[in-house]
Structure formats: C-alpha cells, structure tokens
Design a protein around this ligand. Structure first.
Ligand SMILES: [Zn+2]
Length: 341
C-alpha cells in the first residue's frame, strides 16, 4: 500500500475546504522543488525553476472532492445539507458521513424510512432535499453543541487497496492526480531542465475549475497539462459506442479534441513511447482544469492526461495505481524530451 496515496485518499477536502489536503501535498512535494507557495483561493503551486526566460509548464491536478455543507439544523437535531459539486443523490440513503466541525470530526448517518414502511410514491429517486443526517442528538440545542451551520461534510473516509494495484475510495477523483504530481516531481528532481515546471494542486475544480483559473492567471504558462480522472468503460452496463474502450490497468489516457493543443498532443504521444497509453476523443470543452487553463491569459497550449476511473462521483471510485505511475512517467518523459538542457 502506498502511504502517501492513502494519506491523500483519507484526508477530507471538499471544494473550498482544501487546507488539510494542501498541507499534506506541500509536505510531500517540497523536497523535489525549489519553492512552494499558496495563493488566495488555496491553490498550492510548487515550482521547479528553470533559467529566467525559459518556458513555463503548468501541471494541474485538482485536490478538491465533492461533499456537503450543513445548511439547517431542525428542532429535533437533524441536519439538512446543500451539496458541493455533482453528488449521485440516489446513493445517499443509509450512508455514513463525516461532519467536520470546529472541535473535530463526528459521524453522521443519512437516514431513510424503513423499506417495510415505504409506499408507492416514496420509492422515487432521491434528491439532496429529501435527506437528513442523524448525529444521534435529541434536540436542536444538543446538535448545536457539536455542529454549526456551514460545517462541511464528506463521505466517511476509506481507501480500499487491492493486491493487484487497484484502489477504491470516495475521493479518488482527483487525489490520484495529486499523487501523480508528486511522483512526476520526484522523477524530474535531479534533471537539469530548460523550462520551469509549476506543479499545481488546484482547488474548487468540482465547482467549475475555479482554482486552476486563478493559478493559470498568476503563472501565465506557455504550456498547461491537466491531470484528472476520466470514465473507464470496462464494467457491466458501460457504453463504449461513442467513448471507445478505456480500461483500468491499460495505462493513462491522452485526450484529443478542441480543448487540446495539437502540438502538445503530438508531443505527449511521442513521449509515450515504451509506455502503455490509451486515447480518448472529447469534442467539447473538457470538464477539467484543462478548460480554464486553455482560456487563461491570451490562450495557453493545453493537454490533458487522465487516469481511467470506474464509478466516478460515487462513494467508491476505482482506479489502477499502475496507470497513475505510468502517467507520471508520461509527464516526466514529455518534459525531459522537450525541455532538457
Ligand atoms: Zn476530477
């Protein structure tokens, strides 16, 4: 089991509340770079410096996850929430969650009427407005001693490591990408490069890549590559007709399409020699940091390297650690092939 990946996967950091994860990222990457900074939104930017006028390459992986915010506490001490990001609401009833309060983390249970008592209309799909969280409080006063409006909530933290290198966790999207940043920095640490590499652990991607926007505006990179998860299509019911075959364990995915600069794409393909990679076409702006990076400043040459992921935005998103390791090698080779002194 990889200790750093486990630490990343079991740290709570929904969009807007990324501090704890960013502290772990900073601790992990500092020894491989020249400096580490945090900006106003909470992005962490770790820089391996080149000479003054060398090109700038931004590698961006978002560190935030989906979650909830406590928006109301009723007279009986039940909590009501608003969602942070794209929650799969059908999966909520019966789920254990962690409520992150000023005094520490407390467990909560998302309640549901017993199946014996559920009739007709009540068997509908769930919305976030249908759920309540039970913290075993007897009254509003008792609940308010532990929880305040605005406290954030995540799925109960867990990371399931399989012997064959697959891992499943509620925040695999995109802690696996942040882990790739650290692995890439490690691979490049001793290389003399004629470029500066900015390793960005970006925030608030799940709300529209808000962190990558301010980071790209500040860095003004010549090249930007986002590292994120993409949908694997290798499980029952997955439709491959339009998306193609994307499998866990067959390597990272290089994306092509209008969001991707053709030169960067070609250079990534060239750098992939000797590695197992997969390809994906996306004919619209991707739902990743690559979208805002491409449109920052006067436009940035952008690429996207993805880790195949089953069950995205469910409480157990599954990826292959080998795919992530290959992604780090791909990024390392892309940079060392094109920008070695
Ligand atoms: Zn993501």
């Amino acid at each position: 089991m990889d200790k750093l990946l486990q630490a990343f996967l079991t740290t709570a950091a929904p969009s807007g509340y990324e501090d704890a994860l960013q502290a772990k990222f900073t601790e992990a990457i500092t020894e491989f770079v020249d400096c580490v900074e945090t900006d106003v939104l909470g992005n962490v930017i770790a820089t391996k410096k080149g000479k003054d006028s060398t090109p700038k390459i931004m590698l961006s992986a978002h560190c935030d996850e989906i979650g909830f915010l406590v928006s109301n506490i009723d007279d009986n001490g039940f909590l009501y929430v608003q969602e942070i990001g794209g929650i799969d609401t059908d999966l909520l009833p019966g789920r254990k969650v962690d409520i992150h309060t000023e005094k520490g983390t407390i467990p909560g249970i998302i309640g549901k009427k017993a199946i014996h008592l559920t009739r007709g209309e009540e068997k509908k799909k769930f919305e976030v407005s249908d759920i309540w969280i039970d913290i075993a409080a007897n009254s509003k006063e008792e609940a308010e001693k532990a929880v305040q409006i605005g406290d954030f909530i995540t799925y109960a933290k867990d990371a399931v490591f399989y012997d064959n290198g697959l891992v499943a966790s509620p925040s695999t999207d995109n802690r696996i990408g942040v882990w790739v940043l650290v692995e890439t920095a490690k691979l490049l640490a001793d290389k003399a490069l004629n470029c500066s590499v900015y390793f960005v652990s970006s925030c608030q991607e799940e709300l529209g890549a808000r962190g990558a926007k301010t980071a790209a505006d500040a860095i003004r990179p010549n090249f930007g590559i986002a590292i994120d998860v993409t949908h694997a299509t290798d499980y029952p019911t997955a439709d491959t007709k339009l998306t193609g075959n994307i499998k866990l364990g067959k390597g990272p995915v290089i994306t092509m399409g209008p969001n991707i600069n053709t030169t960067v794409c070609r250079q990534l393909k060239a750098a992939a020699q000797g590695l197992s990679v997969q390809y994906e076409a996306i004919a619209r702006p991707t739902g990743t940091d690559a979208n805002v990076i491409q449109l920052s400043s006067c436009g940035v040459k952008t690429g996207l390297v993805s880790i195949p992921c089953r069950y995205m935005h469910t409480p157990y998103e599954m990826v292959s650690i080998q795919d992530a390791q290959q992604a780090a090698h791909l990024l390392g080779q892309f940079i060392s092939h094109n920008f070695t002194l």
